[in-house]
Structures are given as C-alpha cells and as structure tokens.
Unconditional design. Structure first.
Length: 96
C-alpha cells in the first residue's frame, strides 16, 4: 500500500521566514506576521495531519516571533524605568 505524500504547509514556511525577518530586516512587522502565520499553520496541521507536514517550521517561526516581541517589550520597560529614574533623581535634586 502506498502512503500519501504529505506536503509542507506553506504558512509554516512563511512563519519561519517572517520570524527570521523579525530578527533582521522587519523587527516588529516580521514578528507579528510570524506569530499569526505560525498559529494558523499549526491549526491547519493539527486539523489535517495526514495532508500537511511542517509543524517544526511553524513552531520555529512562533518561537522567533514571540521571543522578538518579548525582548522588545522588556526593552521598552527598561528604558521607561531608566529614564523615569533619571527624571526622578533630577526632580529630587532640583528641589534641594
């Protein structure tokens, strides 16, 4: 009996490409695209496992996308705390 050939999910490939672009050329847009296409691809692969392959590619895109978003959010928080701290010290020093 011949096994059907599973095709690699296109959204999974796009997720990985967008995840790489999110770390290089398109920092925010690439990461968001990687997250969206990664979730869509994993959903398609779970619904039709006999037809689609590429769960690892989608997972890689998701990891790259989410890690880029998390690092960006942490960077913004640290910058706000840093400059807020400087402003507080200057304001305190100005009242003395």
């Amino acid at each position: 009996m011949q096994m059907p050939v599973r095709q690699t999910n296109t959204l999974a490939v796009l997720s990985l490409i967008a995840g790489i672009l999110g770390w290089t050329l398109l920092p925010f847009l690439g990461s968001i695209a990687a997250i969206i296409t990664g979730h869509l691809a994993r959903g398609q692969i779970r619904r039709e496992p006999q037809r689609y392959d590429g769960d690892g590619l989608a997972l890689g895109g998701l990891i790259l996308g989410w890690s880029s978003v998390i690092i960006a959010v942490l960077t913004v928080i640290v910058a706000i705390l840093f400059f807020g701290g400087i402003a507080a010290v200057l304001a305190f020093a100005g009242t003395r």
